[in-house]
Design a protein around this ligand. Structure first.
Ligand code: NAD
Ligand code: NA
Length: 395
């Protein structure tokens, strides 16, 4: 099969297996070039391990600290005439590279919100690893079937209280327009919290704890976002922001339990806004990211997922370092994004962006390059005209 990108709105419905593998290799090379992360994790569970920040966490743990990793994700294999999702190919490529380097790597593809997948994970940890010393919780999902009630909750990306109007960009067509998003009702707020809040993370940690699968001093971490005033109504002060407040509540509850049981710790890292499958679906945010990339690249402070997580591990979590907490007890690797000089430059550009000057005033070009890269397109050394086998079994 010859596989080309097929972009439909904010998704690409194809993915290139060799390109995804090359993307994984770039991230591995980056982590190795930064050198070993001392006193790093040895046995790691990553929930949401196949793309974005979770994938980068897995790569950093494995190739920065030589960790054994169990990755949980929910990806679609190839079907007749249709390639698999990028996370499917990413996970295969990661696992091959890790095993070739002599590292344990195992995968579970299925719904992390379910009791069944948790049970499978506990069994694999007990059998192969004994215990885990790091749990990374990095799910981004549009829905969750609650394991107790059976109810299906759907998350929304909506403001709360009043409608929100701002500029947005159709990243595929390059059209800048105004969008108005209606506020969520109470049910929408509650549903988003049920999907993206902290309850499932707590369920994972309780299950691991009850099965005595948490090593002494174990660390648990999950990721959040805050961002600037331009996106507050749709992010920080919107439905997703409410869910993140609940995730922070869960971090404190998990921290207290870990302290009491294994002398461990749990916290939230607030990360930078980056092109991922999750963020590309949020209105307004892709325009912000396009301007952010322009300004941070000019300042020489731009980072992608792998740079963010490598910095988090090497300067905050391990390597003889202690985390620096903000007033709310969170680690901030969005610090470079939030610098006043960066935000002032973005605010100066924001009102002037139009469809006509989009390429000039923003890094929409870089946004699109990053977006396609997530699906394995545009990687150097890959022959995209070559016939390639899309059917790869999970390993
Ligand atoms: P992503 O879409 O790249 O990754 C989501 C992961 O979750 C994938 O591995 C996917 O397979 C997995 N997943 C989704 N539903 C699942 C299910 N039911 N069962 C098992 N696995 C499932 O997302 P991301 O952007 O890396 O987001 C990860 C976390 O980082 C989220 O908490 C997000 O809010 C946070 N974050 C993202 C940004 C950003 O700009 N992208 C910034 C800061 C924080
Ligand atoms: Na992730």
């Amino acid at each position: 099969m010859i596989i080309k990108p097929k972009v439909r709105g904010f998704v690409c419905v194809t993915a290139h297996p060799a390109g995804c593998a090359a993307h994984i290799q770039q991230q591995i090379d980056y982590v190795k070039a930064k050198g070993p992360i001392k006193d790093g994790p040895r046995k790691v569970l990553v929930i949401g391990a196949s793309t974005g920040f979770g994938l980068s966490s897995r790569i950093t743990a494995a190739f920065g600290s030589g960790a054994a990793t169990l990755g949980i994700f929910y990806e679609r294999p190839s079907e007749e005439g249709r390639p698999a999702t990028p996370g499917w190919y990413n996970s295969i490529a990661f696992t091959q590279a890790a095993r070739a380097a002599g590292l344990y790597a195992q995968n579970i593809n299925g719904d992390a919100f379910s009791d069944d997948i948790k049970k499978q994970a506990l069994a694999i940890i007990a059998r192969d690893l004994g215990q885990v010393d790091l749990v990374v919780y990095s799910l981004a999902s549009p829905r969750r079937q609650h394991p107790r009630t059976g109810a299906v909750h759907k998350s929304t990306l909506q403001p709360i209280g009043t409608a929100y109007t701002n500029k947005t960009v159709d990243t595929d067509k390059g059209i800048v327009s105004e969008v108005t998003i209606q506020p969520a009702d109470e049910a929408g707020i509650a549903d988003t919290l049920a999907v993206m809040g902290g309850e499932d993370w707590e369920m994972w940690m309780d299950a691991l704890s009850e099965a005595k699968l948490l090593a002494p001093g174990a660390t648990a971490i999950s990721y959040s976002y805050i961002g600037p005033i331009h996106t507050w109504p749709i992010y920080k002060d919107g439905t997703i922001g409410r869910a993140k407040i609940d995730l922070e509540r869960a971090a404190k509850a998990i921290h207290a339990k870990l302290q009491a049981t294994v002398g461990g710790r749990a916290f939230i890292s607030v990360n930078k806004a980056l092109v991922t499958q999750a963020s590309s679906a949020i209105p307004v945010v892709p325009l912000y990211i396009s301007i952010l990339y322009k300004v941070m690249k000019a300042a020489g402070t731009h980072e992608g997922c792998i740079e963010q997580i490598q910095r988090l591990f090497a300067t905050q979590l391990f390597n003889g370092q202690q985390p620096t907490f903000d007033s709310e007890g969170r680690v901030r690797v969005d610090d470079w994004e939030m610098r006043p000089a960066i935000q002032d430059a973005i605010s100066a550009i924001w009102p002037h962006v139009t469809t006509e000057n989009l390429v000039e005033l923003t890094d929409i070009t870089g946004y699109r390059t990053e977006f396609l890269k997530m699906f394995g397109f545009g990687l150097p050394g890959i022959d995209y005209d070559a016939d390639i086998e899309p059917h790869l079994p999970m390993i």
